[in-house]
Ligand binder design. Structure first.
Ligand SMILES: Cc1cc2nc3c(=O)[nH]c(=O)nc-3n(C[C@H](O)[C@H](O)[C@H](O)COP(=O)(O)OP(=O)(O)OC[C@H]3O[C@@H](n4cnc5c(N)ncnc54)[C@H](O)[C@@H]3O)c2cc1C
Length: 424
């Protein structure tokens, strides 16, 4: 058994090396089921690995253009000056060592009828089943005035990397006494508590480094994830510094002007010194090309197998999927990845996958030593993923500071676990 696995790993490494020269790895091992995974983020990398562990006979190819993955969870700590971006970066070395062929390019087209993926260089990969995990794209144009040029001035920082560093640098360059504005989008979007964790950690930065400054959160919603916990912590930690303006009080940003750093709402205009615009989003654009996104911009899926409701043989996981009550989080992406891998292996073996249960926990930091969380359990109900009645919940509202400290430590431990499952 051990010898077989070693031989297999060797085969995988050899295949990876060959892939760099000739991007047609899925052809090489005829007779064995082939699964192509597009997108090497939390969903895709975890799914590719889970597939190999579930059934080592499956030939798994991961299509991902970046050599280094940059994780969003904890990127708000980078913006707040509490962490370096290097702590967010992961390579695919260990994924390749699992016997997964990595093709370092983007998928540009998908033909569900011939079961083939076209790559940026024109090469094609054929598959028996395809897993799409492309994360999100910004819905450019949905917020008037916010295009790619505007994002270079008013960063979204909703995909981690250069945008994260840009926002941090802008905060560092701002004089004490400046106005920082965050605009938060309507649902659904990546990481429902993310804008509020970001507000908290920017407020922490301002409180400790630029205490005459002010932070305004303009929101397109009247309610948000872990709201009572966030607001209680803000009142305690950042009174007079952080103001949240909901939809009903004029929070909805209707347009922006990058030239003057102005955010326009139905009720007035706000001119910022630093503006973080978190715009409307949609599934990564390959989902459109594959015909798996509906008019909402997201991808409807079967909640048992994550197979697209629009194209047979294509599964969609992670932020790109419409996963009912499940939020768009790295934890959810990881849960979906494992369930999808098991379902794909079962389907390839000619059997019917059982109905799954999935979990999610989202930690948020309100300050470096102050964590809060929300947890949920989900199951297929009426064609959707729905909350399991009586499960889940949020951190207690009257918890002592030791509990908040413990949750901040748990958040860091969670990050290590989730990144290890995908990349470690
Ligand atoms: C500020 C912030 C904080 C967050 N904090 C948390 C948190 O604390 N906890 C939590 O659980 N979640 C958190 N999240 C959410 C989490 O980052 C996402 O839910 C998660 O990354 C989704 O995983 P994914 O695999 O669907 O997408 P991603 O992780 O974005 O991965 C998508 C991958 O697909 C690749 N790709 C895209 N298109 C193509 C193509 N055409 N061909 C090949 N590859 C392609 C991309 O290069 C990328 O590597 C946070 C998000 C933000 C923005």
């Amino acid at each position: 058994m051990k010898t077989d696995r070693r031989a297999f790993l060797k085969l995988g490494v050899a295949a990876t090396a060959a892939a760099a020269l000739c991007p047609l790895p899925a052809r090489a091992q005829a007779g064995r089921p082939r699964v192509v995974v597009v997108g090497g983020g939390f969903a895709g990398a975890s799914c590719a690995r889970a597939l190999r562990h579930t059934d080592p006979r499956i030939v798994v190819t991961l299509v991902e253009p970046s050599a280094t993955f940059i994780a969003c969870p904890f990127s708000n700590s980078v913006i707040g000056g509490l962490r370096e971006l290097s702590a967010q970066q992961f390579t695919y070395e260990h994924v390749a060592a699992d016997g997964i062929t990595i093709v370092r390019t983007a998928a540009t087209a998908i033909d569900a009828s011939t079961k083939s993926v076209t790559l940026a260089d024109g090469a094609k990969l054929s598959y028996d089943r395809l897993v799409l995990a492309p994360g999100i794209d910004i819905k450019w144009g949905a917020l008037p005035g916010y295009d790619e040029a505007a994002a270079a001035v008013m960063p979204h920082a909703w995909r981690a990397g250069e945008q994260t560093l840009l926002l941090r640098r802008q905060l560092e360059a701002m004089d004490d006494g400046g106005l920082v504005v965050i605009s938060a989008p309507a649902n659904p979007f990546r990481c429902p508590p993310g804008p509020y964790e970001r507000a908290s950690l920017i407020a922490h930065y301002l409180k400790t480094k630029k205490p005459k400054s002010k932070l305004l959160v303009l929101d397109a919603k009247d309610a948000f994830s872990k709201q009572r916990l966030f607001q209680a912590a803000w009142a305690e930690l950042y009174p007079g510094l952080l103001e949240w303006v909901p939809l009903s009080k004029g929070g909805n940003v209707t347009s922006v002007d990058a030239a003057t750093l102005t955010l326009v709402t139905d009720f007035g205009k706000h001119q910022a010194k630093v503006a973080n615009v978190i715009p409307p989003q949609k599934a990564g654009r390959i989902a459109d090309a594959a015909g798996v996104a509906d008019r909402s911009g997201w991808c409807p899926i079967d909640p048992v197998t994550f197979e697209s409701k629009l194209q047979a043989g294509i599964h969609v996981i992670g932020d790109a999927a419409i996963a009912g009550a499940m939020p768009k989080s790295a934890f959810a992406a990881n849960s979906q990845a494992k369930v999808c891998a098991a379902a794909v292996a079962t389907l390839l073996a000619g059997s019917t996958p059982p109905s799954p249960k999935l979990i999610n926990t989202c930690y948020s930091l309100v300050a470096p030593d102050y964590g809060i969380s929300v947890a949920g359990v989900y199951q297929p109900t009426g064609g959707q993923l729905a909350d399991v009645p009586g499960s889940g919940g949020v951190s207690p509202s009257d918890a002592p500071r030791e509990t908040r400290k413990a949750e901040a430590i748990l958040a860091e431990a969670w990050f290590h676990t989730i990144t290890a499952e995908a990349f470690g």
